[in-house]
Design a protein around this ligand. Structure first.
Ligand code: SF4
Ligand code: ZN
Length: 326
């Protein structure tokens, strides 16, 4: 067994992109120091913040809330865990149980909300309805995650706002940020990277600023950290995840990382330096920008306009206007 490059103890992890072997203690300290670095680099958290933390029961959000609970004692901010239940049987209900366990360990009480109560239908119901419609029109609708992503973002923001949060922390890690950057490029979504980053949506009416304290940690490192710290988390995969475009990009990046270690961090650093040039990354800078939003006439949530109603409401309408469509 190799020795830890830092302390000489027994190594448990090999970091391919630095070619270093690391022991449990040094690995966890490094993980935590990267969360601190993200906090420092992007001015994420302030004393007296009320931080809504999106928890799913998965490994990433387990690492997120565990690390924020360490930081909250140093910086003195409040943590409010928020779970959004998509209504995916056999998946989210199991994960939610793990989220509850972890919150209990940390002395926090979990606030749960669901798509069913917010939009009138669960993901399972939506997918069943889409299946029905596809019997008549095979090209009907969009991939599962296209609906789910919009509903989750909307639900998290609404919950955080109603719970009085000044920030909303989400468990996006370095892989997630690199994937989204690449997806936006591949899809030609030029504006996609403008309201996307480590700290976004500050100073926009109706939106709680979103922050990503795990941005400097890879997904694999989140999994290792959660395992080494023995955090409760659910390992299962969403039954609808195979429809995701993200899956394609994820596989490509995983393959590239294996052959050329460091690829993901290279992509992440390209994104961050590009954003720096566009002056859109720091929360302070974001708050100085003015983004106009309007209230959706259907649900009253703020959205960027351009359409008559917000995206979430237009998705709900796709499934409630079957007579008009067929
Ligand atoms: Fe929702 Fe897609 Fe995630 Fe499943 S994989 S929970 S459908 S965003
Ligand atoms: Zn709406």
């Amino acid at each position: 067994m190799a020795n830890c490059f830092k302390c000489g103890g027994e190594a448990v992890v090999h970091i391919a992109y630095t070619k270093q072997d690391v022991c449990k203690n040094c690995f966890c300290l490094q993980f935590e120091s990267r969360v601190r670095k993200a906090n420092y680099d992007f001015s994420l958290l302030r004393r007296s913040d009320v931080v809504g933390v999106g928890v799913s029961g998965g490994k990433d959000s387990a690492c997120l809330i565990y690390n924020l609970s360490i930081l909250s004692k140093e910086i003195s901010f409040e943590i409010i865990p928020i779970l959004i239940d998509e209504g995916i049987a056999g998946y989210r209900n199991k994960a939610a149980q793990k989220a509850r366990e972890l919150c209990k360990q940390l002395g926090l009480s979990l606030n749960s909300f669901s798509y069913k109560e917010n939009f009138g239908l669960s993901m399972d119901e939506l997918m069943a309805k889409r299946g029905e419609k596809r019997k008549e029109d095979a090209s009907f609708g969009r991939p599962s995650c296209g609906y789910c992503g919009v509903f989750r973002k909307n639900s998290l923001n609404k919950a955080a706002r109603e719970l009085g949060c000044s920030k909303l922390a989400i468990g996006h890690n370095a892989d997630d940020v690199a994937q989204t950057f690449l997806m936006n490029l591949l899809r030609g979504e030029k504006s996609g990277n403008e309201r996307f980053g480590v700290a976004v949506d500050a100073g926009i009416a109706g939106f709680v600023p979103r922050i990503k304290p795990l941005v400097y940690n890879l997904e694999l490192e989140c999994a290792m950290y959660a395992l080494l710290k023995e955090l409760p988390f659910h390992l299962g995969e969403c039954p609808y995840s195979n429809e995701a475009y993200r899956g394609l990009v994820k596989d490509f990046l995983n393959d590239a990382e294996e052959k050329y270690p460091g690829t993901k961090f290279n992509l992440l650093s390209s994104f961050l330096s590009l954003q720096k040039k566009l002056s859109t990354q720091k929360i302070v800078e974001e708050s100085e920008k003015r983004v106009e939003t309007i209230a959706c006439p259907s649900c009253n949530e703020q959205f960027s306009g351009g359409e008559e109603i917000c995206k979430a409401c237009s998705f709900v309408n796709e499934f409630s206007t079957s007579a008009a469509r067929s």
